[in-house]
Design a protein around this ligand. Structure first.
Ligand SMILES: Cc1ncc(COP(=O)(O)O)c(C=O)c1O
Length: 376
């Protein structure tokens, strides 16, 4: 299998597995227990929190562990508007992950004012548009990097454009891939997930800036200083810690490696597919994503393109959700202004540090052949 779907999830790192095994095998104590097995688990959780917080420019007390990006996003939106009553209004970009858009829709149904911010053809939210929104008691949610196109949002400028808003950033795709410090970005909340950086599935974190009175979205025990109830999954947290250590420590080599691969793929596709449109911006984008579509898409079957790639042992993706057997156009590409047929038939290649150039070239050549065959 040539695995080019690393924005969906990644292979577990060997060092991550090694870091988790002792906690799965022997270190099964509950971190809230007073005996030594429990205390050992508590120390690992505290150390992991300290290390991950330092890696993202936060203080340990500003980080809570969650089950991943989806929970962190839901927690911010729902807690800020409901449990904690920090804001009365929500403004979210049109290209957010469904883990932001769906809770936003739920809040709208419950009577909150929800504004959707559009993006330009480059998949970018403009700080000018943000400045035009009324920020009084508003939670603004704009993702750091888009999971379909890789476009990086100008978060620091957005922060300046909305000084009074509470700002949440979904940083699930950017952690470990680009330089990221929550203190420099000036955000109030940020969501993270381990499984996009060779960590385990089912664990992530939420940054909550010091001083924000954040009430738990999930009630129960007093874990995470009463901000997230539930027995902490020590092995997953240990794995998350190892994944962050590797990814943040290797950002420069990761960027060089993944950039050279996506550039090579881009060159082949541009040269050999006349109707190609590149949806990943040429600047300020994640280095590991290449999203393409075809301007003659009405003659192509988007699902068949991915199936043909799969039959050749190549795992890629398109941003569209497959709902009851029919492809839905990608909401991100639609927001960028792509026609429906094109937004349904996009292909997203997302590479990792484990991808090698030869297999990426093979995948690009395969796509060229598949598109040529379909036209015939
Ligand atoms: C931008 C973004 N936010 C949130 C999520 C959800 O994260 P998790 O799978 O950890 O719940 C994803 C994963 O697809 C994502 O790409």
């Amino acid at each position: 299998m040539i695995y080019l779907d690393n924005s969906a999830t990644t292979k577990l790192g060997e060092e991550v597995l090694e870091a988790m095994l002792p906690w799965l095998r022997d270190g099964y104590g509950n971190a809230s227990s007073v005996h030594s097995l429990g205390r050992r688990a508590r120390v690992e959780i505290d150390d992991a929190r300290e290390e991950i917080a330092a890696a993202i420019g936060a203080r340990p007390a500003e980080l809570i562990f969650t089950s991943g990006g989806t929970e962190s996003n839901n927690a911010v939106l729902k807690s800020a508007l409901e449990e904690s009553a920090l804001a009365d209004k929500l403004a979210v970009s049109a290209i957010e992950h469904h883990a932001v858009l769906r809770p936003a829709e739920a809040l709208r149904r419950r009577g909150f004012d929800v504004e959707i911010l559009t993006v330009n053809a480059d998949c970018r939210v403009s700080p000018e548009m943000v400045a035009a929104v009324n920020h009084n008691r508003t939670l603004l949610s704009v993702m750091h990097a888009n999971n379909e196109t890789g476009a990086i949002q100008p978060i620091a400028s957005i922060r300046n454009a909305a000084p009074d808003a509470l700002l949440h950033v979904d940083a699930v795709q950017s952690l470990g891939k680009i330089h990221l410090r929550v203190d420099k970005l000036g955000v109030d909340f940020a969501s993270f997930s381990a499984h996009k950086i060779h960590g385990p599935k089912g664990v992530g974190a939420l940054f909550i800036r010091k001083g924000i009175d954040f009430k738990a979205h999930q009630q129960g025990g007093g874990q995470e200083r009463n901000r997230r109830a539930g027995t902490e999954p020590v092995a997953l947290i240990a794995g998350f810690r190892a994944a962050v250590r590797t990814a943040v420590g290797q950002t420069e080599s990761y960027t060089a490696h993944t950039t050279s691969i996506t550039n090579a793929m881009r060159t082949i596709l541009i040269a050999k597919i006349p109707s190609l449109r590149i949806n990943t911006p040429s600047e300020n984008a994640l280095p590991n994503i290449l999203n393409v579509s075809f301007t003659d898409a009405e003659r192509l079957d988007g699902e068949a393109v991915l199936q043909s790639l799969d039959m050749r042992g190549i795992a890629a993706s398109n941003g569209s959700a497959c709902v009851s057997g029919s492809m839905q156009p990608s909401h991100t590409l639609s927001a960028m202004g792509l026609p429906i047929a094109e937004a349904k038939a996009a292909v997203r290649f997302s590479v990792s540090k484990f991808t090698d150039l030869a297999e990426a070239v093979e995948a690009a050549e395969a796509l060229v052949e598949i598109i040529a065959n379909m036209r015939e």
